[in-house]
Design a binder for this molecule. Structure first.
Ligand code: ADP
Length: 764
């Protein structure tokens, strides 16, 4: 084996492997400079590099290297590039310096045997290295492309080791291992180990990250949402809203269950994203819950005397109505039981039902709310829509309670007779509202939580008692308010309406003077109603016109008197004219009707002409009234002799009955005797006075049966200038109830049978 001499460079802290280049700079004073010179001068640039020299345990393997670049820097230092070529065995170190370090060596070559399956091993290594370096960013691709081309395992290992292996001791082991196959195995093992380490590190990293995720995810997300919201300029509003809601929830005196619900909904509100469509639904719901007057009560004025005084001040007359209301309140106060029936004020429009209820609330010092159930078809209008509906909201009961701002308001439910009859559900839901057994736990579909309605004082109103749903009627205490007579209206106008209107317009009480005659004229010729609503409207109109004139013309005036001439100027031509002249006509008879506008006369016209004994009816008559007309005709046919009717006339003619004002539907049996008399008058050519009116049901035997609404009818009759009214004897008891004006101005004739009517007419 060939031996040769070489200068020696000793390395500390680094290891040079063959195939690698080392850049070194030598101090000008350093003796190592001499070694470089020796190499350049005597050894063809060859030199032995020994890593980690230890003089106790002399290294056996060194690297035969070549100095490739040699540069003397301006400061006298020398820079060299030394490229490692191959491993050599160190046989001996020579020429030791003061530090006992060698400057020269004797080395011998190492024979490299051909490695079996070298290519397979290299391929395997390349594959592993490639998959490993994928995850290591600091390893450059050039190293990979370099090894892909390398066919010698000996060189291959030396190229990759310094890059892949960071541990210096391990690199030294590679240096001292001369067999390439063993270095290959070492390398494979190291790569596996590194890969495993890398995987473990990654797992740990992931685990740590996940733990952090779980604990901090919510926080991070919240922070992120907050940032997004800040970007959108939303954050502060929602946050401050949440704080406000929290404070309100703390203060609200609602049941525990509702409070829990509120907290739950607030949590949902906090967590839901602003982008979600749910956010508004939740907030609206929270606001509804917060706005309801849970456990808020106003203190009642239980002094019924002062309640009565207050009602007297606000409403003229209605003595029995007020008396019944006071009695009702007294019983309610004393018994403290909630099972008492519910007041229902029944009467035509404008008679003061609503205003009376308002006055009761005022007198009792309760808050007042009102709903109308007219035309309600769907129970959801009362009970609300479930939240799942888009745009859902509570029903009218809950909506009104929010407005009421207390749990014990006076709650007026208007027009219960106008609720849709075709559908039963709204009636049932109204029952659940009114029923004291159920209404403690009133549940609106939207609100979902029970609200106690048992402290609410419900008052209902209706125009027609007949149209109130039966199931409801059972629970009601009906208080009738019939229409007012002209003189009652006069009193209401002078003592209530006019002073109220003047006050509302900021005028002194006696600024406008309207004499009784003029007011009566307004009542008679400009209104036709049972109540005083139209009358109030006309008075309003007068006062408005006066004010306009004063302002426009800058008039200074202390008092103004309304004369007949002024009246026409302000209100226009008379709308209703009354035929005050007494006239008698054949085939025309006044019946009496009770309409939504109160009582009124019902003129009936009868004609006959050649035909076959048919009955023709016109004028919007209901079934019951049509039957009455048939009964009337049958009765007269069967009693034609008694009434001196020509029988041929009856069978050879058609009889036409017409009730004018066809636009208004008329029904009921009470026109029976008026229809009979109208047919009789036509057939016998008997004149009937236009100041006579009749009301009463007729049977086939000519019996006259009792009717309802006598008070309203007679008030209407008086208004129309009727002087005599024929009524069924059975209604005699009702005469007591009639207003004095009616009693004083109208003559009542009581009859049991139609024959008595005939006598009256004959003797007239
Ligand atoms: P309703 O509810 O029966 O239709 P309102 O209560 O609306 O009638 O009454 C209409 C107007 O008539 C109101 O301004 C009311 O104050 C007035 N009014 C009705 N009756 C009286 C009365 N007896 N005394 C004083 N004002 C009355």
């Amino acid at each position: 084996m060939k031996k040769y001499n070489l200068p020696v460079i000793l390395l500390r802290g680094i290891v040079l492997l063959p195939q690698n280049t080392l850049k070194l700079e030598f101090d000008a004073k350093n003796t190592d400079n001499n070694v470089i010179d020796m190499s350049l001068l005597f050894h063809d640039n060859y030199i032995l590099v020994v890593s980690e020299y230890d003089n106790k345990k002399l290294p056996k393997i060194g690297v035969l290297s070549k100095i490739e670049n040699n540069l003397v820097l301006p400061n006298g230092n020398t820079r060299v590039d030394i490229k490692g070529l191959r491993r050599v065995n160190i046989i001996e170190f020579l020429n030791l310096n003061k530090l006992k370090e060698p400057l020269e060596s004797i080395v011998s070559e190492i024979k490299i045997e051909k490695v079996a399956n070298e290519e397979i091993i290299i391929n395997k290594l390349v594959k592993e290295i490639k998959s490993y370096v994928k995850n290591i960013p600091y390893i450059s691709n050039s190293m990979v492309s370099l090894i892909e081309k390398e066919k010698s395992l000996d060189k291959f290992t030396d190229i990759v080791v310094p890059t892949l292996i960071s541990n210096k001791e391990r690199v030294l082991e590679y240096l001292n291992t001369t067999l390439p196959l063993i270095r290959g195995e070492m390398l494979l093992k190291d790569i596996y180990q590194e890969k495993e380490m890398f995987q473990i590190e990654r797992d740990i990293d992931m685990k740590i990250r996940k733990e952090m995720d779980d604990s901090q995810k919510e926080y991070l997300l919240k922070e992120k949402i907050k940032l997004l919201k800040e970007e959108l300029g939303e954050s502060s509003t929602k946050d401050s809203e949440i704080t406000k809601i929290k404070k309100r929830i703390e203060k609200i005196a609602c049941p525990k269950k509702v409070k829990e619900r509120l907290n739950f909904e607030l949590y949902r509100y906090e967590t839901v994203s602003n982008m979600s469509p749910e956010v508004n639904v939740i907030r609206d719901y929270i606001e509804w819950l917060l706005d309801l007057p849970w456990n808020i009560f106003t203190e009642d004025n239980n002094d019924l005397k002062s309640v009565k005084t207050s009602l007297d001040q606000s409403h003229y007359g209605l003595e029995d109505v007020k008396q019944r209301i006071i009695e009702y309140l007294a019983v309610k106060q004393l018994s403290k039981n909630n099972n008492s029936p519910i007041i229902c004020l029944v009467g035509p429009p404008g008679v003061g039902k609503t205003s009376l209820a308002f006055s009761i609330a005022n007198a009792m010092k309760r808050n007042f709310v009102k709903i109308s159930v007219s035309g309600i078809k769907d129970e959801s209008e009362i009970l609300g829509h479930r939240k799942t509906y888009v745009g859902a909201s509570p029903g009218r009961i809950i909506t009104s309670l929010k407005k009421a701002k207390s749990s014990n308001p006076l709650f007026l439910i208007d027009e219960i007779d106008k609720m849709s009859h075709d559908y039963n559900n709204p009636v049932n839901s109204l029952l659940s509202v009114l029923d004291p057994e159920q209404n403690q736990y009133f549940s609106d579909n939207y609100i979902e939580e029970d609200f106690d309605l048992s402290h609410v004082l419900f008052i209902l109103t209706a125009n027609y008692i007949e149209d109130i749903p039966e199931a409801l009627k059972d629970r009601l205490e009906i208080i009738n308010i019939s229409g007012y007579t002209e003189f009652e209206k006069l009193d209401i106008a002078t003592h209530h309406l006019l002073p109220k209107i003047l006050k509302e317009n900021g005028l002194k009480e006696n600024f406008v003077h309207i004499s009784d005659d003029i007011i009566l004229k307004i009542i008679r010729n400009y209104t036709k109603e049972a109540g005083v609503r139209e009358l109030k409207r006309q008075l309003d109109k007068i006062v408005r016109k006066i004010i306009t004139q004063i302002v426009l013309n800058n008039i200074k005036i202390n008092k103004i008197n309304i004369t007949e001439k002024v009246l026409e100027k302000y209100l226009g031509k008379e709308k209703y004219k009354f035929n005050t002249k007494t006239k008698a006509k054949i085939g025309v008879v006044n019946g009496l009707a009770y309409t939504v506008y109160g009582g009124d006369i019902l003129p009936i016209e009868v004609n006959y002409f050649k035909g076959k004994g048919n009955l023709i009816l016109t004028g919007s008559l209901g079934d019951v009234m049509k039957e009455s007309a048939s009964i009337a005709l049958s009765y007269l046919k069967s009693n034609y002799q008694y009434y001196n009717i020509d029988y041929n006339q009856l069978i050879n003619n058609d009889i036409h009955i017409h009730v004018p004002e066809g636009a208004i539907k008329k029904d009921g049996p009470s026109a029976g005797i008026a229809l009979t008399l109208a047919i009789l008058s036509a057939l016998t050519k008997t004149k009937i006075s236009n100041t006579l009116a009749l009301t009463g049901e007729i049977t086939l035997r000519g019996q006259v049966l009792a009717i309802g609404g006598l008070k309203e009818k007679t008030i209407g009759a008086l208004r129309s200038g009727i002087k005599t009214i024929i009524i069924p004897s059975e209604n005699t008891k009702d005469l007591e109830e009639l207003p004095p004006e009616v009693k004083d101005n109208i003559n009542f004739i009581k009859v049991k049978n139609f024959k008595e009517i005939y006598k009256v007419i004959k003797n007239a």
